[in-house]
Write a protein that binds this ligand. Structure first.
Ligand code: SAM
Length: 244
């Protein structure tokens, strides 16, 4: 099963146990992957459902649904101040691999990049391709970029953390030790120039706890990846210990 190719489909393509393939998908399956009629592949809707499907011309027949458990046990939103250049592409790719639920790009006082509308489309495509490759059952949601202050209002959880490179904040790993009591967490990381004092104050007023990711200064692209790695390791080791 793991050898089978995976493609993402829109829920509207599924009709009475059949998948109506788009011409792009037909091209990809037939010409790029060289599948023939009756060959099998996996279709995923990006919202938690996977199916084993069999190619039949312009359609595919559903053979059976498949259960996958590759998601983290809680929803994690990363609020990331946009790094310069194409750095955010790497953030989307790596954080999708690591299991992020929502990525919220924000423009902070020291953000240098002001993204064009085409960027969101590009990030969504990267998230979809990476989710397929990482065998995720969900494709992460990528929100439209907003100002940092607007972003502070995202979500309702009390488990909100803002990563601060300097000072003596508790380590993120220590701060999240009550994580089993929540179903949602938000973590914010700053741009190359860091957060301003005012931004940190506003975040604390909005319920964010300042946390450290260790003694070294990480690049703006590295920080969200490290933060998510710490949380994912903690959550998955807790699950593993509970199961054994
Ligand atoms: N120019 C800033 C300075 O000198 O303090 C450093 C900014 S750092 C390149 C970019 C962002 O990554 C920071 O705003 C913070 O959110 C995060 N970050 C980097 N290293 C970190 C660390 N050791 N602990 C917590 N956050 C860190």
């Amino acid at each position: 099963m793991t050898q089978l190719q995976r493609i993402a489909i829109a829920p509207s393509q599924l009709q009475q146990e059949q998948i109506l393939l788009t011409s792009q998908q037909q091209h990809y399956l037939g010409r790029v992957l060289r599948l023939r009629d009756r060959d099998r592949f996996i279709a995923m809707d990006g919202k938690g459902k996977w199916w084993l499907a069999q190619l039949e011309g312009e359609k595919a027949q559903i053979v059976e649904s498949i259960t996958v458990q590759t998601e983290l046990p809680i929803s994690i939103t990363l609020m990331v101040a946009l790094p310069k250049g194409n750095g955010f592409d790497d953030v989307v790719r790596c954080c999708t691999e690591l299991g992020v639920t929502v990525i919220a790009p924000v423009v902070s006082d020291r953000t240098l990049l002001h993204p064009s509308p085409q960027k969101l489309e590009r990030w969504l495509r990267i998230a979809q391709e990476t989710a397929e490759q990482s065998e995720r059952s969900f494709v992460p949601i990528i929100l439209e970029p907003v100002s940092f202050i607007t972003g502070l209002a995202i979500g309702t959880t009390t488990h909100r953390y803002i990563c601060e490179a300097r000072g003596s904040c508790p380590h993120l790993r220590e701060a999240i030790n009550q994580v089993s009591t929540t179903s949602e967490m938000i973590i914010a990381t700053g741009p190359e120039g860091g957060w301003t004092e005012k931004e940190l104050e506003c975040a604390v007023d909005a319920g964010f706890q300042p946390v450290s990711l260790g003694r070294r200064i990480l690049r703006a692209v590295t920080a969200p990846i490290v933060a998510l790695s710490i949380v994912a390791a903690e959550l998955e080791s807790m699950e593993f210990n509970a199961a054994s």
